[in-house]
Design a protein around this ligand. Structure first.
Ligand code: ATP
Length: 352
């Protein structure tokens, strides 16, 4: 009798737990669905626009947004890359977005789920995705517009001559980018591998704070593959050596690419600078040789006005750790953040 009662009690508890879990999952799914606002959907033409609710977008009407998006033309282009073209979308004098046109159409549910997951990520060092637009022959991603463009443009592009980045600005960008990547690796569930860390994917806001962009793009472009190929999963000069053998993107591969970005910040040189190619070398090999000879201050970018030697040498050492040939010997991004923070705080102690 006692046993029968116990069994009945267990069954009742299990049923209540099952019902409760169903209710919780439904509430969570409903909340997620509510968070999204479908601005426009036209089944016949296969066009759909989804804008994630946010304070920035509250005052905009769907028609206004859609009309302006469809009017984008070559005069609005602000950049282009392997996956598509980026446009400036001016809604009014005070509101603007960056719209990235991906050269693939026919979004499936997996593509949309991926974008919704990207829209959920909120971090001060990760570029915010505000929404997307799908059409039969192309897709658009709607991002926050970064007024200062990319780190690449400051170090090697048209902004190089106009505005020189001093060491404090570079050190702030390095730490911000490291925090953004660390957030993707360690705090997002499931964890996210960026796959294409490079200076053109580190954008700069109005305060020259780094925002990491383009994560997930490689997966979006090749949705059916278990791993992504070199053509879209990374950029030569930034790819970790093991990638050429395995073809697999890993968090330690991101750490290696971040090490290359640190060298770019320290030396002001491109990873595959023409001068290196002529000599049959590359930035990483060149810097490793220089550091072995303990001559790192000779390769620090002479455009940085003040050069706190100790701090710069520390960051060279952090870059070298990231660039270890054996992935297991590289630090995690969380460790890189800690080391960069310690380097900066040491400087404050010395300065004060
Ligand atoms: N949100 C944004 N705000 C301002 N400028 C942007 C934004 N997104 C991209 N850009 C600019 O557009 C350029 C091209 O970006 P895009 O991501 O298409 O290519 P990429 O990262 O340079 O190369 P690839 O896509 O081949 O890896 C960037 O280098 C940057 O200057």
């Amino acid at each position: 009798m006692g046993n029968a009662r116990m069994i009945a009690l267990y069954i009742t508890i299990s049923l209540i737990a099952f019902a409760l879990s169903k209710i919780i999952i439904s509430v969570l799914l409903y909340k997620r669905w509510k968070r999204k606002q479908i601005v426009y959907e036209q089944g016949l033409t296969g066009v759909k626009m989804v804008i994630f609710k946010s304070p920035v977008l509250q005052s905009l009407t769907s028609e206004e947004f859609l009309k302006k998006t469809l009017k984008l033309s070559s005069k609005d282009i602000i950049g282009s890359g392997g996956c598509g073209t980026v446009y400036r979308l001016m809604i009014n004098d005070s509101t603007a977005f960056a719209v990235k046109r991906l050269n693939r159409g026919n979004a499936d549910r997996g593509f949309e789920r991926e974008l919704e997951a990207m829209g959920d990520i909120k971090h001060r060092n990760i570029l915010t995705l505000h929404g997307y637009f799908t059409a039969p022959h192309y897709n658009l991603l709607i991002y926050e517009l970064m007024p200062n463009g990319s780190l690449y443009n400051f170090l090697h592009g048209e902004l190089k001559a106009e505005r020189i980045l001093d060491w404090p600005a570079r050190s702030k960008i390095a730490l911000g980018a490291a925090r953004g990547i660390s957030y993707l690796h360690h705090d997002c569930i499931p964890h996210i591998i960026h796959r294409d860390i490079k200076s053109s994917n580190i954008l700069l806001d109005q305060n020259m704070e780094a925002q990491v962009s383009d994560f997930g793009i490689a997966t979006l472009m090749e949705p059916d593959k278990t791993h992504v190929s070199t053509a879209v999963a990374g950029t030569f000069g930034y790819l970790a050596p093991e990638y050429f053998d395995t073809g697999r993107a890993t968090t330690k591969g991101d750490v290696y690419s971040f090490g290359v970005v640190l060298l770019e910040l320290l030396t002001g040189k491109k990873p595959m600078d023409e001068a290196f190619l002529e000599e049959g070398t590359k930035l990483v090999t060149w810097v490793k040789a220089v550091i072995e000879d303990k001559k790192e201050e000779h390769v620090a970018d002479s455009n940085m006005r003040c050069c706190p030697i100790d701090e710069i040498n520390n960051v060279f050492s952090i870059a070298l750790m990231c660039l270890e040939t054996e992935p297991a010997n590289r630090p995690t991004m969380a460790e890189v953040v800690k080391m960069l923070e310690q380097t900066r705080s040491k400087k404050v102690v010395i300065d004060s």
